[in-house]
Design a protein around this ligand. Structure first.
Ligand code: ZN
Length: 295
């Protein structure tokens, strides 16, 4: 998906949907290619367009980021955020055994970036409705839980045709719920509050609802699933790699002001230098005994 500029008018790798209509779930978009956007040359010219498969892990991570950002942006705006809401949210995370903290960077509030498994737990268990009152909070919590359910289907190794059809309907309805406007009259008692704006719908959500069900069907025909193409194993390896060097996750940057990549490269450069120049990597201490003539 990264070959087009994010602000381009035609943003999608798989169709000619206009960016301004990415929220529209009533339109049908077939998995073909984007012929409207003046694109940079393909990243890998040897790979046929048909073989660019969306990555389920990144779809999951980016869409869960949107859900968390939408919730926290609302909470941070409240005047009691720092004194009351912040500690309560951090405690709620502690209760579901996810390490999470808000921290200030400049004038803005930021929070711990969560890894995949913690994000899954958060979407599945975080008590959203404790922090947003009434039906509005319950609806947002439902949005989180349903997205988690949709992800578990996305991640399945085998899907029946009915499951794929249902997934298509459910993802579109999920996005319709995401940008649902306020219904009914203000203060009428029957008013159903809206959730988020159409503008908050991201290109990942468009791909999730409009293209993923078609990919599921196409891959099923050749005996594969989206899971086959997941990058989660590479991400895991990457995480292990980082842990090896730094003894823990470094999401959010290194601790000495240099980037993680810089530190890893620097470490590896040292290792190469030692290897090329035959530098001993350990110190061998020898005790010399004056009474022993052989030493
Ligand atoms: Zn598209």
């Amino acid at each position: 998906m990264g070959t087009n500029a994010l602000n381009s008018k035609y943003f999608c790798l798989y169709c000619n949907c206009k960016a301004s209509l990415r929220w529209d779930m009533n339109k049908i978009w077939n998995n073909t290619e984007n012929t409207r956007c003046e694109r940079k040359s393909p990243l890998f010219p040897a790979i046929n367009q048909k073989n660019y498969i969306p990555d389920e892990l990144h779809l999951f991570l980016r869409i869960s980021d949107v859900l968390m950002e939408c919730l926290f942006a609302d909470l941070i705006k409240k005047k009691e955020f720092q004194k009351q809401i912040k500690p309560a949210v951090e405690l709620a995370f502690k209760n579901i055994k996810v390490h999470f903290k808000f921290f200030q960077s400049g004038k803005n509030w930021n929070w711990t970036s969560l890894m995949g498994p913690d994000k899954k737990k958060t979407l599945k268990e975080f008590p959203v409705s404790q922090f947003i009152p009434d039906i509005h909070g319950k609806d947002i919590e439902k949005l989180w839980r349903e997205f988690y359910q949709l992800y578990t289907i996305l991640h399945k190794e085998y899907l029946s045709d009915q499951e794929i059809d249902q997934f298509k309907i459910d993802t579109q309805n999920w996005i319709r719920m995401f940008y649902r406007p306020t219904q009914g009259h203000m203060n009428s008692g029957t008013q159903i509050p809206g959730l988020y704006r159409k503008d908050d719908v991201t290109l990942y959500m468009h791909v999730f609802a409009k293209h993923v069900p078609q990919f599921m069907r196409q891959l099923k025909e050749i005996g594969l699933s989206l899971r086959t193409f997941s990058t989660s194993s590479i991400e895991k390896k990457n995480h292990n790699h980082v842990c090896l060097f730094f003894g823990g996750t470094t999401m959010g940057g290194g601790t000495d002001g240099k980037s993680v990549v810089y530190n890893i490269m620097s470490f590896e450069n040292h290792q190469l230098f030692y290897l090329i120049n035959n530098t001993p990597k350990k110190i061998i201490a020898r005790n010399i005994d004056v009474n022993n003539k052989e030493s």
